[in-house]
Design a protein around this ligand. Structure first.
Ligand SMILES: Nc1ncnc2c1ncn2[C@@H]1O[C@H](COP(=O)(O)OP(=O)(O)OP(=O)(O)O)[C@@H](O)[C@H]1O
Ligand SMILES: [Mg+2]
Length: 377
């Protein structure tokens, strides 16, 4: 069997034929390509089409170069990404060029074997051209998107930080006059024990002070400005909190029992730890007040080698296991007037004191347990 293999000469003739047909081809291609009048640079598209045509004809005459294709593809990808133009039209225009070239040489009258070899080479180059251009275009776009996201996130964070600082210093300034008003109310009460409304005013101001302190703990301003470590006797601290909450305990008809070790000392910030116990106790009060049955809260301590466990339990409704996972997250609340930062503040303060806090809840009891290192002598 005699195979009709193309001669090098015959094959190169196709390249020469394409060079001769260049203007006719490019005119025909230009008439059909998709161009966005407002976005596309028509001259640039024509110039790129011209360059691609040149690469194709050169490859048939002088041999194929992957580098030439890649360089042109990367150039086009960059131009389209910079101009923010879709890559879809580009792919359409490139494939249009491919079909026109193949149609032309099919009609040229060259032998089938010579044609086939040229067509394979042309197809290969167009495939590579699209592959390189689309991959590079996607890469550039992804990178731009990432840079944009980083910028947006950073700007957002900066704004939040400024807002946080502003509100923290605002609240901080607010606290000094509040403390002095509270002092004067106390004086008034001493001098005029029968004056009406003073108790109500005191209670409201206490509540306001608690909220402000809570906010400062959340914003961490307190740790920077006021953190003051000292020796604290646990039973004294717990009794102070129970006294403070006495009106709510009586109001809610709550039975409070305690079993607290005497004279156990820890080292830490008194106000911060008081805030923790206050939060846990207030949550317990809220929880039992939701239920109709006998309301009970118990406070127990247990000394374990070099640490003390403080447990605050109540017989309110159960916290289900899914909820238990998120109650220490900021802003989680199920209360109408809650802010959801109480337990978040507790966790931060306890961890700052090298302790732990966790919660166990079942049908009969919900218990919050804190452990803290004991001060040794
Ligand atoms: N002892 C408890 N029993 C049942 N649920 C509780 C108890 N303590 C906390 N929770 C649940 O965890 C949520 C978060 O408590 P957290 O103290 O952080 O915020 P809050 O009490 O809702 O608001 P606030 O900021 O005023 O403290 C509560 O809304 C409640 O659903
Ligand atoms: Mg709370």
């Amino acid at each position: 069997m005699v195979m009709n293999l193309p001669t090098a000469k015959g094959y190169k003739k196709i390249g020469k034929y394409l060079i001769d047909q260049k203007l006719t081809f490019l005119d025909f291609w230009e008439e059909q390509i998709i161009i966005h009048e407002n976005q596309d640079n028509k001259d640039l598209i024509k110039q790129n089409g011209f360059l691609m045509y040149q690469i194709i004809t050169n490859s048939i005459i002088d041999g194929f170069s992957d580098q030439d294709i890649k360089r042109l593809a990367y150039k086009v990808a960059q131009e389209r990404a910079d101009a923010n133009i879709n890559i879809g039209e580009f792919v359409y225009n490139v494939n249009l060029g491919r079909s026109i070239i193949i149609k032309y040489i099919n009609l040229s009258g060259f032998a089938q074997a010579e044609l086939q070899q040229a067509i394979d080479l042309i197809n290969k180059q167009f495939d590579l051209f699209c592959y390189y251009a689309v991959s590079r275009y996607t890469e550039i776009k992804d990178r731009k998107l990432q840079e944009k996201n980083i910028f947006i996130t950073q700007t957002h964070k900066d704004r939040l930080a400024i807002l946080g600082q502003m509100s923290s210093s605002f609240v901080h300034e607010f606290r000094n006059p509040l403390t002095s008003v509270m002092g004067f109310i106390k004086l008034l009460k001493n001098q005029h024990p029968d004056m009406p409304y003073l108790d109500v005013i005191s209670k409201e101001l206490d509540q306001l002070k608690f909220r402000i302190t809570q906010f400062l703990h959340t914003s961490k301003m307190n740790t920077v400005f006021e953190s003051k470590n000292e020796d604290i006797t646990i039973n004294v601290l717990l009794e102070e909190v129970i006294d403070f909450l006495y009106p709510s305990i009586v109001d809610g008809n709550i039975q409070v029992s305690s079993n607290i070790d005497e004279n156990i000392k820890i080292h830490g910030d008194r106000n911060e730890l008081k805030q923790v116990i206050l939060n846990l106790m207030m949550n317990a009060v809220d929880a039992v007040c939701e239920e109709g049955n006998q309301r009970r809260i118990s406070i127990d301590t247990e000394v374990e080698v070099d640490q003390i466990a403080i447990r605050i339990s109540n017989n309110g409704s159960i916290i289900n296991p899914d909820t238990l996972e998120i109650i220490f997250e900021p802003f989680y609340t199920t209360k109408k007037l809650g802010t959801g930062i109480g337990l978040f503040v507790c966790k931060n303060i306890i961890e700052k004191h090298n302790g732990t806090i966790n919660c166990v809840s079942n049908e009969s009891l919900t218990t919050f347990e804190i452990t803290l290192p004991i001060k040794k002598y």
